[in-house]
Design a protein around this ligand. Sequence first.
Ligand code: ZN
Length: 211
Amino acid sequence: MTKQRQAVMQVHQMNVTEFEAAFQDEDDCKSYLANNRWPNGVCCPRCDNTEITEHGTKDWHWMCYACNQDGYRFSVTVGTIFENTNKPLREWFRVMHLILTSKKGISSLQVMRYMGFGSYNTALKMCNKIRVALSGADFRQLVGVVECDETFVGGKAKNKHGGNDKGGTGSGKGGSNKKEVVIACVERKGNVVARVIENLSKATVDAMALP
Ligand SMILES: [Zn+2]
């Protein structure tokens, strides 16, 4: 446990100031999303074709002619919980940051008040979507979440991931290492706020946090 705590210290959790700096507008959020989603360059979410072209008039939209001869148009948010939302990405990111940085979890009511949302239902829906999405590895990767000590996603992890017996924790002293916990962190220069750490060894964390 001592080892683990030590390791966690090295992961940098994004604070409010850093969040503000990293995500100043919608473009910042979309760029972040695109870079995490397609680290090797944009490809078609339908057919994985990498020979896509920029849409031209719509930013953060591309065309694929491999899976549709008339062209399949897709955006950076297609297939994510952010697709077809009427809330700015920045607000989604902010709510995620709130959830990820609140140690004891945050209620939808608190989110509503903090964000100044007009309706509780909006906050509730958003929080639920985020919490459900965060339980999937793909989404965690998409938004760059590092699994670490201390911060839980939506309550006690042992209740959510009881069946998880992913091996190789190395330091394995039984159940305590199996809790799935999440922390947001940021790379100094990059657009990557965090990544998923499968195996929380000190070496892994060091490699992640100290570029
Ligand atoms: Zn395609």
